[in-house]
Design a protein around this ligand. Structure first.
Ligand SMILES: Nc1ncnc2c1ncn2[C@@H]1O[C@H](COP(=O)(O)OP(=O)(O)O)[C@@H](O)[C@H]1O
Ligand SMILES: [Mg+2]
Length: 240
């Protein structure tokens, strides 16, 4: 949430930041009035753990998804669940649900790997993470698979190469702005893993920025070029 607050102060990032609040029962219900889905997430979570997806159905019920569990409940049970998470020892946030782009019906998002080996931030790796079929979380540790950006974005934009290239350029610009902005506050940070979502309209959303990113995802790409760059820069960073 602290990173979210910092990024929200940057005008060029604002259109890419989904509505996010500390979880309260009433704010979550409110958000479900203006958005068809919302996500509940532990504020300092990682690896896609503890994340719930809530959707308002056409019959006025609510579908709650938690891992492999999928429940349909009424307002009363939903309220009880929300109150329970509000009181959880993990601080939870509630975030508007983003309509992630799909590849063969499976949702995906983009992991950007940024490093500052010397005085400048650079983009060392970019990969798409495709969720398992029917799943709502793309994390590698939750069964997400790696793919190149081209593989998922070209079909998303119906083969329009210009649109794809413009999107990739935007992903780069947004990530670099995020890195430079966060670095002003977190001075020792020299690596960032940024999760960005792309909708089929091309709209980009910032999901989160991790200061201790994993790079295992990049071992699963057809080319090892990004992995080599990441490892090379890690050595430079270690040397100081
Ligand atoms: N607001 C959202 N809308 C749609 N999908 C989301 C949203 N927030 C998270 N997700 C999905 O859940 C995954 C994990 O969320 P994230 O906030 O990155 O938590 P973690 O720190 O556990 O990785 C994301 O990569 C994405 O697939
Ligand atoms: Mg993440």
């Amino acid at each position: 949430m602290i990173k979210h607050k910092i990024l929200s102060k940057i005008p060029s990032l604002l259109p890419h930041i989904p509505a996010t609040k500390w979880l309260t029962h009433s704010d979550a219900l409110h958000m479900l009035n203006s958005h068809s889905t919302v996500f509940l997430k532990p504020d300092s979570g990682s690896g896609g753990s503890g994340i719930l997806k809530i959707r308002k159905t056409s019959t006025g019920e609510y579908e709650i998804r938690y891992g492999k569990i999928r429940d349909r409940v009424g307002l009363h049970t939903l309220s009880r669940t929300l109150r329970m998470y509000q009181r959880s020892y993990n601080n939870y946030i509630v975030q508007e649900g983003i309509d992630l782009g799909r590849y063969h019906g499976r949702v995906f998002d983009i992991r950007m790997y940024l490093q500052k080996p010397r005085s400048e931030w650079g983009i060392s790796g970019m990969a798409a993470r495709i969720a398992p079929p029917h799943h709502y979380i793309t994390n590698y540790t939750k069964g997400g698979t790696a793919a190149t950006l081209e593989k998922v974005l070209l079909p998303l934009f119906e083969g329009n190469i210009e649109k794809m290239n413009a999107c990739i350029q935007n992903l780069k610009n947004i990530s670099l702005t995020i890195a430079r902005t966060l670095n002003k506050k977190f001075k020792d940070t020299r690596e960032l893993g940024i999760d960005l979502a792309v909708e089929s309209s091309g709209q980009i959303w910032i999901i989160e920025a991790n200061t201790r990113p994993q790079h295992k995802l990049f071992t699963k790409l057809p080319s090892s070029e990004m992995l080599r760059t990441i490892r090379h820069n890690k050595k430079k960073i270690k040397k100081g």
